[in-house]
Design a protein around this ligand. Structure first.
Ligand SMILES: C[S@@+](CC[C@H](N)C(=O)[O-])C[C@H]1O[C@@H](n2cnc3c(N)ncnc32)[C@H](O)[C@@H]1O
Length: 335
């Protein structure tokens, strides 16, 4: 079965967790259990670690479908460009993590694996979790069997042994019930261990998001904006809400720092490449999802015009506004 084509009803059950392995570096025995699920995808296996049937998360079903559908496919297709786009945020995360040598690291919403490769290079023992099968397949290609990759809902999955460091690059803003999700995440951090992640500040502070969006807004029907705390990239724009969720989940020493970072919409290819990216991922892409081809064509022209002033020798860079969030799970302070 081609995992990128799999269809999932929102109330399905299936064996969990599933691990993703490159062929030839498979370390677990799949056995003869008929309940074991194995799907070939290029040179990779998606395999269940257990035959035990558990109800899959209904609470995050919408996001799970989204990340296994058009969003997952786009993030895989544009992985290299997105990693360039997010490079400055990645650097913030890496600097804040410090030495990860010998640490047990859990990467939440690890996606196509960019940050997993960084923790591996730093000498960590890495587990990456994500709900997106196609993105995990790319992560498995990139980590070559060195990371444990699991297709699980991070708001529900608890490891047998908690981690020294739980990290995420923009992968924790998609929970329907964040209070409950961060309690589960806290259970995955050992007492005294650290949580570290990046998330976006509000759209109005993110030039890379609001500049294209303003240019195309008049082309689209007026729709009431989603509630500001709805699951999505900007769900944690409100720092006070985020602090409350973390505190309530059992975290202490909470630091939520604003960082302004360059967001490179194209590192080569100039405005054409930048327009392709913003029409594929992010708020403008979401706004244009249901638009006709004619509207999309006009939108592309407007986007070219509005992005041209940011084009310097083929590199298109706008401003980004993120929170770098760090907290410690209440307990003894040791590392
Ligand atoms: C914006 S992408 C970031 C991916 C990756 N961290 C990166 O920076 O390239 C968000 C990721 O969170 C994942 N995600 C969303 N909800 C999740 C959940 N409940 N549990 C685990 N992963 C989730 C998505 O599948 C997606 O890979």
């Amino acid at each position: 079965m081609n995992v990128t084509e799999r269809r999932r009803p929102s109330t399905w059950t299936r064996p969990v967790p599933r691990a993703v392995f490159p062929l030839g570096t498979l370390h677990v025995s799949l056995g003869n259990d008929p309940a074991t699920y194995v799907a070939c995808h290029h040179n990779f296996l998606l395999a269940s670690c257990t035959s035990q049937e558990e109800p899959m998360s209904k609470v995050n079903a919408e996001q799970i479908d989204y990340w296994n559908g058009r969003a997952g496919a786009k993030w895989v297709a544009m992985q290299a460009s997105l990693d360039v786009m997010l490079a400055a945020a990645t650097a913030e995360l890496k600097a804040r993590a410090g030495s990860v040598s010998q640490l047990r690291v859990l990467d939440i919403g690890c996606g196509t694996g960019e940050t997993c490769t960084i923790w591996l290079d730093g000498g960590a023992y890495v587990t990456g979790v994500d709900v997106s099968a196609p993105m995990l397949v790319r992560a498995a290609e990139r980590t070559q069997g060195k990371a444990r990759l699991l297709e699980v809902d991070a708001s529900q999955w608890v490891a047998d042994t908690p981690f020294d460091l739980v990290v995420s690059r923009f992968g924790v803003m998609f929970f329907a019930e964040p209070d409950q999700a961060f309690m589960t995440i806290a259970a995955n951090v050992r007492p005294g261990g650290r949580l570290l992640f990046t998330c976006w500040r509000q759209v109005a502070d993110n030039q890379w998001a609001n500049t294209p969006l303003s240019a195309i807004r008049s082309l689209l029907p007026e729709v009431p904006p989603p509630p500001p705390d709805a699951p999505g990239p900007f769900a944690f724009a409100n720092k006070d809400r985020l602090a409350r969720i973390l505190l309530q989940a059992g975290f202490a020493d909470i630091v939520i720092e604003p960082r302004d970072v360059p967001i490179c919409l194209a590192c080569e290819g100039g405005v054409e490449a930048a327009v392709t990216l913003v029409m594929q991922v992010g708020p403008s892409a979401a706004a244009l999802a249901g638009a006709s081809d004619d509207v999309k064509a006009i939108a592309a022209e407007r986007l070219k015009t509005v992005l041209e002033p940011f084009n310097k020798d083929g590199v298109v860079t706008l401003g980004g506004a993120i929170w770098v969030v760090e907290a410690r799970r209440s307990g003894p302070k040791c590392r």
